[in-house]
Design a protein around this ligand. Structure first.
Ligand SMILES: CC(C)(COP(=O)(O)OP(=O)(O)OC[C@H]1O[C@@H](n2cnc3c(N)ncnc32)[C@H](O)[C@@H]1OP(=O)(O)O)[C@@H](O)C(=O)NCCC(=O)NCCS
Length: 121
């Protein structure tokens, strides 16, 4: 996922708001979980959020997500956020976290990942 940090993303210190970064991480985790599980999935658990350096408005933000473990219904996803200052070309690693998403059916009940249920990738 790549996009420009917009003025509406700013916090009181002039950098990108931490809550906005968490929303982006949830969005990319959701996209990967739904794509992988071929159906709806919900956020179950968030761990190890590390804000390493601030992002500035106008930076090109990039998020990368990968599945590091699958259970019967759950997907453990590692997410990294980086940013590029487009004027200088300097790229910084800004944030990382781990999230667990659970595949659910239309009624919100857990559903099996079936053939996609691989213990580790
Ligand atoms: C998601 C939900 C259906 C799961 O039901 P549940 O009975 O609580 O689920 P379980 O405790 O059996 O856990 C389900 C899976 O998540 C895993 N899991 C649960 N807590 C975990 C944790 N802290 N760390 C890692 N994995 C975890 C379990 O190991 C299990 O994995 P598996 O089936 O692959 O073995 C239910 O908790 C729910 O609806 N939660 C609300 C979700 C939500 O509103 N999210 C925010 C908006 S999207």
């Amino acid at each position: 996922m790549s996009f420009l940090a917009e003025p509406s993303d700013v916090n009181f210190g002039g950098h990108v708001h931490g809550g906005e970064v968490m929303k982006w991480m949830d969005q990319i985790g959701y996209a990967l979980a739904v794509k992988y599980s071929k159906g709806y999935a919900v956020t179950k658990f968030v761990d190890n959020i590390n804000f390493m350096s601030p992002m500035k408005i106008g930076d090109l933000i990039s998020l990368n997500a990968k599945i590091i473990r699958c259970g019967q219904t759950s997907m453990q996803i590692e997410i990294h956020v980086s940013s590029e200052n487009l004027k200088s070309g300097v790229v910084s690693e800004n944030c990382s976290c781990e999230m667990v998403f659970v595949a659910v059916d239309e009624s919100g009940k857990k559903r099996s990942l079936g053939a996609n249920s691989i213990q580790s990738k």
